[in-house]
Design a binder for this molecule. Structure first.
Ligand code: ZN
Length: 160
């Protein structure tokens, strides 16, 4: 596992994503993606897309990296670099909607998504821009706390 200072160079993270892309398993689409996830503690987890003959079990590079990190206890995330394409990396490869939702689960809205291209250009987005008004843990915890207040109120009425 790589580590990086929190004030990392976005292009360095893009290079790690490009290196991870080499392991992509994409025999069906030929579209290979690599991702590099920078945790708040400076550790970095990489991932590639992993396709499947049954199609639906396919996993994106972004989620591969997230699930590797989360499964090893990481919960604080700063940024993720993503690169992808069939042959060359001429175009940016933005994360799909499912991966944006996974980011919403574990990241603050200022989490950075760094898209890289072969020409060295990078585009940096914040999660709030890629998933405006996203539904996340906060939406449920609000409901849960409201519900538990309601339950306490009802209980206090019952036993008073
Ligand atoms: Zn995805």
């Amino acid at each position: 596992m790589e580590t990086m200072n929190m004030t990392m160079d976005p292009k360095a993270l893009v290079e790690l994503a490009a290196a991870a892309r080499k392991y992509a398993y994409a025999p069906y689409s030929g579209f290979k993606v690599g991702a590099a996830l920078l945790c708040k503690d400076g550790s970095i987890y990489t991932g590639c897309n992993i396709e499947n003959a049954a199609y639906t079990p396919t996993n994106c590079a972004e989620r591969t990296a997230f699930f590797k990190a989360v499964s090893e206890g990481k919960r604080g995330f700063a940024a993720m670099a993503v690169v992808g394409g069939k042959e060359t990396l001429d175009a940016y490869c933005p994360p799909c909607g499912v991966c944006r939702q996974v980011m919403m689960e574990f990241c603050k809205i200022d989490f950075q998504i760094i898209l890289g291209r072969a020409d060295g250009e990078v585009k940096i987005w914040k999660l709030a821009d890629l998933l405006p008004e996203g539904f996340g843990p906060g939406n449920l915890s609000h409901d849960v706390s409201e519900m538990s207040k309601q339950v306490k109120l009802e209980c206090s009425k019952m036993y008073s």
